[in-house]
Design a protein around this ligand. Structure first.
Ligand code: FCB
Length: 467
């Protein structure tokens, strides 16, 4: 792939467009036993033999719990105006239902104040997968009682930080937590039972709606929303069996979440397909799930191609493939955004994650990650194209600020635009970080204003990398 020049975007984004970078608590914080943090389902899952490709865990990760100030300097140095991070539920309420942990709350207070001091808007996610293990012991997301526990957690965080965060996301990727966590079992809590997975998905959606209602009732001023992992699902061929397989997959991945959130109903074809594995839904649940929200976040990495005959080989596409084995398919993002806008009454949309894992080489203090840079530039263009065609796009965030713990893949897969040397915890901005900064500078220059200019000149991390 060729490296696009910094000013390459064909699109001019509006002045209030939100540009960010994203991380999540379990993937970067470390400090697993410090200051009263409780155990999460991912701490437990990492100890299951064979669960994590490199047998690693999140005990130290990027040591962000101690290096947060340096990391926020890197964020500010990029010239972004938003940082998406998540709170570790067991750090702030170790057993998920009892006493709150002041030391844990203080950490997020420092983080949020640190962002505001640097002119960066905090985008807080409540649940990026690290459920307190104590709640899992009671049944976790498959148990309806976890719904009120989540609402209490949302209210507790709002009381502490609600006046200072720009946005609160309830859940990150309910499909992943439900299906990969409870049906295929490749993610925590490692359950393999479809009916349990569908019940968990229902409780995740219900707790989202109930939390939004409770936060509104408290007068929350932050924007409220949820983040879904969505892909356009395409049939491998035009044959009727392939098209039917693609419809089914689209129903399980996209409509199962979008329909209840925006139409207060589950898709009938999927209910039918699930049969006895369909979730128990109480009267009023769907109306609660469909509580209006202020934004919808999408995490986009690739398209999904489905063949009735079995798994489709990405290599037949002829497109570049990332280190995760995911096809690079930026036009799928435009397609997906147009479809959401056409089929649902969507609020403003954010791409809350987008990026690629590639094999990086750190040499003489530089990482020439032309493939990652090209990936990000092409997807920003895809967002610009959707905007041009009338989709209410509000923001774009790169996954991720730092190389980090990539769940079942451990530390072998690197998504960061900043390289992390895990032996020394040294951070080195990659060429993709320098490109992103230059791109944002170019957008600001075209607008004739200079937000971020002061920050750009400042922090040492990025200044070093320029030398
Ligand atoms: C998403 C997750 C995020 C990261 C990326 C690569 O599914 O939300 O934490 O692992 O994938």
């Amino acid at each position: 792939m060729t490296l696009p020049p910094p000013a390459a975007s064909r699109h001019r984004f509006p002045p209030d467009f939100v540009w960010g970078v994203a991380t999540s608590a379990f993937q970067i914080e470390g400090a697993a036993d410090e200051d009263g943090r409780g155990e999460s389902i991912w701490d437990r899952f990492c100890r299951v033999p064979g669960a994590i490709a490199d047998a690693s865990d999140g005990r130290v990760a990027c040591d962000h719990y101690h290096r947060w100030a340096e990391d926020l300097d890197l964020v500010a140095g990029l010239g972004v105006n938003a940082y998406r991070f998540s709170v570790s539920w067991p750090r702030v309420r170790p057993d998920g239902r009892g006493a709150w942990n002041e030391a844990g709350l203080d950490f997020y207070e420092r983080l949020v104040d640190g962002l505001l001091a640097r002119g960066v808007q905090p985008y807080l996610t409540l649940n990026h997968w690290d459920l307190p293990e104590a709640l899992q012991a009671q049944g976790g997301w498959a148990q309806r009682d976890t719904v009120p526990r989540f609402v209490e957690y949302a209210l507790g965080m709002h009381r502490r930080l609600g006046d200072r965060v720009a946005a609160i996301t309830t859940h990150n990727e309910p499909w992943v937590m439900a299906v990969l966590g409870h049906e295929t079992g490749i993610f925590a809590p490692g359950i393999r039972h479809r009916a349990t997975a569908m019940q968990a998905a229902h409780h995740l959606l219900l707790s989202h709606g109930r939390a939004v209602q409770a936060l509104r009732a408290e007068g929350c001023r932050a924007k409220l929303g949820i983040v879904l992992n969505l892909s356009p699902v395409q049939p491998a061929t035009d044959s009727e069996p392939d098209r039917a397989a693609a419809r089914l997959e689209d129903g399980k991945l996209l409509r199962w979440y979008m329909d209840p959130l925006f139409k207060a109903q589950y898709p009938l074809d999927i209910l039918h397909h699930l049969g006895a594995d369909a979730p128990r839904v109480a009267a009023g649940d769907l109306a609660d799930i469909a509580t209006p929200m202020d934004f919808l976040g999408l995490n986009y990495y690739s398209r999904s191609v489905v063949s009735a005959a079995g798994p489709w080989d990405v290599h037949t596409s002829g497109n570049p493939i990332t280190d995760m084995g995911w096809e690079v398919y930026p036009q799928g993002l435009t397609e997906l955004l147009l479809r959401l806008h056409r089929d649902y009454p969507v609020p403003p949309l954010f791409v809350t994650e987008n990026g690629g894992a590639f094999k990086d080489l750190l040499q003489d203090g530089r990482v020439h990650d032309a493939d990652r840079t090209a990936y990000i530039a092409a997807h920003i263009d895809a967002v610009g194209e959707a905007l041009r065609q009338g989709v209410p796009m509000a923001g774009y965030m790169v996954w991720s600020l730092l190389d980090n713990f990539e769940w079942a893949s451990g530390y072998a897969k690197r998504f960061g635009i900043v390289h992390v040397d895990y032996a020394t915890q040294r951070r080195t901005p990659k060429d993709s970080a320098l490109w992103y900064r230059a791109f944002l500078q170019d957008q600001a220059a075209r607008r004739g204003d200079g937000p971020g200019q002061a920050a750009l000149a400042g922090p040492a991390g990025l200044a070093d990398a320029r030398a």
